[in-house]
Design a protein around this ligand. Structure first.
Ligand code: NAD
Ligand code: DAU
Length: 350
């Protein structure tokens, strides 16, 4: 079957894994990667697929109405997988408006373009990729299900919750065919080293302090990024219209335990003495409004669509560390320029 598929944010962390998977698995699809190439977007992530006949890149901003209108008119896409977003919670605390602009306004602009160009069509799909953070924060027990009421608590999660609501509103009001997934924390190759795992790897290599927020007792549910890409593939092809699917790793870790595990792996890989990396751990001021615990009940996607995570966390973490150690040039390129400014501001902020 032939399809013209617009993937937004394909130059980012998760988007590049999704694009790589789709380009390889579906040679009869045309995959159009649309990305504004912000500090987090990097076409080096897709070097291995850029020459593929079923891949194309468009440099554009999803908040640009005229550009989105042109993209839909020129490429006649019949499906969208929407990943483009500002994605880092700490940045949303420093600069909430850029999150509202891209995540809320940008999603609305895309929805409008889809609605206009797909009027009267039922053979189309707008797939919105979202986060478990829309559900708020859990206590020591319980899980987020698809029925958990929305309770976003950071500018990032509030902007993602708004975008989810807009997608549902376009489905309900205009009959736009949509599907949404809400996923837990991803880790793996090509993640910008501002997020916990790649930041810690980067700092261990450079023997810099490892900043653990608060007491390090917050809990996250970690999923290997390629398992998320596989879930997105399945939801895209088999998800029921208008439905939400939660995606998670069944893999909860307290931050401090995860950082210690990473330190042990790094000591071994770098042939440093046991305990060397852990000596860099530095407790710093907590993130404002820091959500305590996220944990996903992924039984709906498991039972209905037959997806489950494929990789054990320890194995995934080893692979991730190996990738970062083998690609210092990637880290070097992506961390020059705007990253350096941000990194410095972060420390001033604390
Ligand atoms: P990322 O920050 O690595 O990548 C975002 C991409 O979007 C970049 O390539 C960037 O250039 C692009 N982009 C940003 N603003 C844009 C704009 N205005 N127009 C066009 N492109 C723009 O993010 P990620 O971690 O890969 O997350 C991708 C999506 O998945 C996001 O919607 C995020 O909310 C969601 N998500 C992420 C995680 C996670 O753990 N990283 C978990 C669940 C859901
Ligand atoms: O749950 C899904 C979300 O996971 C995604 O929607 C977001 O896009 C993604 O960034 C991620 O959000 P988190 O805030 O959970 O991820 P982050 O890697 O920033 O932080 C993970 C945990 O580690 C969190 O409890 C904060 C803590 N932390 C983070 C950093 C960067 C530290 O203790 N020190 C740090 O330096």
């Amino acid at each position: 079957m032939q399809r013209k598929l617009l993937v937004t944010g394909g130059a980012g962390f998760i988007g590049s894994h999704v694009v790589r998977r789709l380009v390889a698995r579906y040679p009869s699809y045309q995959i159009l990667n649309l990305d504004a190439l912000t500090y987090a977007g990097n076409l080096e992530n897709l070097r291995d697929v850029e020459a593929s006949p079923n891949y194309q890149f468009v440099h554009a901003d999803i908040t640009d109405e005229a550009a989105m209108d042109r993209v839909f008119a020129d490429h006649v896409a019949d499906a969208v997988i929407h990943l483009a977003a500002e994605s880092h919670v700490d940045r949303s605390i420093l600069d909430p408006l850029s999150f509202i602009r891209t995540n809320v306004l940008g999603t609305a602009v895309l929805l409008n373009a889809a609605r206009k160009h797909w009027a009267g069509r039922s053979d189309v799909l707008f797939y919105h990729v979202s986060t478990d953070e829309v559900y708020g924060s859990l206590g020591d027990i319980g899980f987020f299900t698809e029925d958990t009421p929305y309770d976003p608590r950071s500018p990032y999660s509030a902007s993602k919750a708004s975008s989810d609501h807009l997608v549902k509103a376009y489905h309900h009001t205009f009959g736009l065919p949509v599907v949404i997934s809400n996923c837990s924390n991803n880790y793996g190759s090509h993640q910008f080293p501002e997020k916990l795992i790649p930041l810690m790897i980067h700092n261990i290599v450079q023997r810099k302090p490892l900043p653990v927020y608060g007491e390090g007792l917050n809990v996250r549910d970690w999923l290997w990024v390629e398992d998320h890409a596989a879930a997105i593939d399945i939801v895209f092809h088999k998800g029921r219209l208008g439905e939400t699917y939660n995606i998670g790793g069944f893999n909860e870790w307290k931050n401090i335990d995860l950082v210690h595990l990473l330190c042990r792996i790094m000591d071994r890989k770098l042939q440093r003495e046991a305990g060397d990396s852990a000596s860099l751990i530095t407790y710093v001021k907590d993130r404002a409004g820091h959500d305590r615990r996220y944990a996903i009940d992924a039984s709906k996607i498991q039972c209905e669509l037959g997806w489950s995570p494929s990789l054990q966390f320890e194995e995934g973490l080893e692979r991730t560390v190996e990738w970062y150690l083998a690609h210092p040039e990637w880290v070097e390129h992506i961390t020059s320029g705007s990253y350096a400014d941000y990194y410095q501001r972060q420390y001033i902020h604390r």
